[in-house]
Design a protein around this ligand. Structure first.
Ligand code: NDP
Length: 317
């Protein structure tokens, strides 16, 4: 099996995506700045991940981790552990490259950093366009999508999709274009399960990758006090103990059973290995019902600073 331990899922364009991946965003500092990497923690993480059987890596131009992802993948190719076609690489177009003719150059820059000739999946990171000075730009994502279709036609990416789009935006995109997105990447975790969005995507053949899969399991990430559960919640601990798994593994397993492809981030070797070991057990309907109860429509990533954009995808409150 050239695609590792996670089962493969068919995309609507004929390609396949492994059912779990590793995330490579390093997050925000306490004062809201993006954590910048100067070391090789992401490279090491991705090398450990490939050794552990991951064949799906999630990055983005804005994360500043593409170079390290590329080094890791090329090292593992050189070692003979994988071939390029065994590993599924996703990267994303940043908000300041939304003009139709900016998409291909932006992707070419990502390919250079990744040191590869194609990515497997290229996503519009947000439906929102900004200028490089962070002021909002009115460019319509329908325009951006034309650039994405052109990038795919040139073979720079096998599949194209979107991230952080809502149902109305997906509908509008499908009405305007012959090319249905292969994938949607959105926040999915116990506090934000998004049943109607998942149902829409299933109906339209759009695969869902779930970001921030642990939500607030390990505590508040930034702002207010999030709803439960934390990792020591008795009901979660009870389920984990039953299967001889950890609570983070139970959470990832639940997301897999929702039909979502989780992309947990870790730069810790033992956690990287732990997070992919979720394909050898299954939850009962009763356990799934218990986990469903934690859905509170609470977002870790509401990006409220963009709420004035006409393309802001989330509820405004
Ligand atoms: P996650 O839900 O993946 O949580 C990451 C945190 O959980 C890290 O602090 C990590 O610590 C810790 N962790 C991981 N595994 C375990 C474990 N088994 N036990 C205990 N702690 C653990 O959050 P992210 O926000 O990083 O989301 C995942 C990925 O999704 C991102 O890296 C990125 O690729 C993507 N993403 C996409 C977005 C988009 O707009 N499209 C937005 C946000 C994320 P440590 O690393 O120290 O081990």
């Amino acid at each position: 099996d050239c695609f590792g331990v996670a089962p493969k899922i068919k995309l609507n364009d004929g390609y396949e995506i492994p059912g779990l991946g590793i995330g490579t965003w390093l997050g925000f500092t306490k004062d809201g700045q993006r954590v910048q990497t100067t070391g090789d923690e992401v490279q090491k993480a991705v090398e450990w991940a490939i050794d552990a059987g991951y064949r799906h890596i999630d990055t983005a131009a804005i994360y500043s981790t593409e170079t390290q992802v590329g080094k890791a993948v090329n090292n593992k190719i050189a070692e003979g552990v994988i071939k390029r076609e065994d590993v599924f690489i996703t990267t994303k177009l940043w908000n300041d490259r939304h003009a139709e003719d900016a998409v291909i150059p932006a992707l070419q820059e990502s390919l250079q950093r990744l040191n590869t000739s194609y990515v497997d999946l290229y996503l519009i990171h947000w439906p929102i366009a900004e200028f490089s000075n962070h002021t909002l730009d009115g460019t319509d994502y329908l325009t951006t999508w034309k650039g994405m279709v052109a990038a795919r036609a040139q073979g720079l990416t096998r599949s194209i999709g979107v991230s952080n789009f809502n149902v109305q935006q997906l509908n509008r995109l499908q009405e305007a274009s012959d090319v249905v997105p292969a994938a949607l990447q959105v926040e999915i975790n116990l506090n934000l399960q998004q049943p109607s969005l998942l149902e829409y995507c299933q109906k339209h053949g759009i695969v869902v990758t779930g970001y921030t899969p642990f939500g607030s399991l390990f505590g508040a990430r930034g702002r207010d006090e999030p709803p439960p559960p934390r990792v020591d919640h008795p009901e979660l601990v009870r389920i984990a103990t039953k299967y001889n798994k950890t609570v983070p593994q139970v959470v990832l397993r639940y997301e897999v059973e929702l039909g979502v492809i989780p992309i947990p981030k870790s730069t810790t070797k033992s956690r990287i290995e732990q997070n992919i070991a979720v394909f050898d057990f299954a939850l009962t309907a009763e356990e799934r019902a218990t986990l469903r109860n934690f859905d509170k429509h609470y977002r870790v990533i509401p990006v409220k600073h963009w709420s004035k954009s006409p393309y802001y995808p989330f509820e405004k409150n």
